[in-house]
Design a protein around this ligand. Structure first.
Ligand SMILES: C[S@@+](CC[C@H](N)C(=O)[O-])C[C@H]1O[C@@H](n2cnc3c(N)ncnc32)[C@H](O)[C@@H]1O
Length: 248
């Protein structure tokens, strides 16, 4: 009779690299052209949504926000300013902004995505023409959390002049967290520029009700015309662009 043996299951920490078993960090390099501007970025050919790795690919909101950034209004808003991007993912919008701003901080809560952001920052060193860029940094930052102590030096004392967000709103529960970050990290005279893709009515309603509650407290919310920024063929369906400003 064969000996019986208990099945020994190795613990997760015994299996080297298990955390990477279900993730794919093989990226391809692309040059993304937006009008006269371009950024070189690595990204994945397919996003794995299981591990919240949505940030490994560019999303349609980035098309809207990047065209706003290079528009006359966007350039006027960003020139020489301190900018922070929430949920940067691949980082296309923040990297484009870095060609116009003084200081740019790209953030994401996923460490694998922050690794990708760091690689993309390396691919886009400040050029001679964008000599006004002083800082181009990445920070691991979770929506709704206080700004990390370890990176206090990257946050201007009065807050960032501009906060950017593209395709970061796709679940109801994160809407108040994102607005909490915005209200605590944005300068009083600053602006939050949000590119939003409407996918589910329940999320539309959550965003509307959150923005309405901020409006009641004196915040100003302006919806910009997406079609005036991008040629018709490139406008993502159901795309919106909001400019959200604290009370005067
Ligand atoms: C759909 S992707 C959009 C990425 C990029 N902004 C774009 O438009 O291509 C959402 C991004 O938000 C990040 N994210 C999701 N939940 C987050 C949270 N609670 N705190 C910080 N970042 C978060 C994800 O890691 C991902 O990079």
């Amino acid at each position: 009779m064969a000996d019986s043996k208990e099945l020994e299951v190795p613990s997760e920490s015994d299996i080297a690299g298990l955390d990477r078993l279900f993730t794919n960090t093989e990226y391809s390099q692309y040059t993304v052209q937006v009008g006269a501007f371009s950024v070189d970025v690595l990204y994945s050919n397919a996003a794995c949504t299981d591990h919240d790795l949505t940030g490994q690919i560019p999303w349609p909101g980035a098309t809207i926000l990047s065209h706003f950034i290079i528009s006359e209004q966007g350039q006027a808003l960003l020139k020489g300013k301190s900018v922070m991007e929430l949920g940067s993912g691949v980082g296309i919008c923040g990297l484009l902004a870095s060609q116009l701003c003084q200081d740019v901080v790209l953030t994401d809560h996923n460490e694998l995505v922050v690794d990708l952001l760091n690689q993309n920052v390396q691919l886009n060193p400040p050029s001679e023409e964008s000599a006004h860029t002083k800082t181009l940094a990445t920070v691991c930052y979770e929506w709704g959390a206080p700004w990390p102590h370890s990176h206090q030096q990257l946050k201007p004392e009065e807050g960032f002049d501009v906060i950017l967000g593209s395709d970061i709103i796709y679940s109801c529960s994160t809407v108040p967290l994102i607005m909490k970050s915005v209200s605590s990290l944005l300068k009083k005279s600053g602006a939050f520029v949000l590119a939003y893709i409407s996918r589910w009515k329940v999320v539309d309603d959550a965003l509307k009700s959150e923005l309405d509650s901020y409006k009641e407290r004196g915040w100003r919310v302006e919806s910009l015309d997406v079609h005036s920024l991008i040629c018709e063929a490139k406008v993502p369906p159901h795309g919106f662009l909001y400019l959200v400003r604290p009370p005067d």
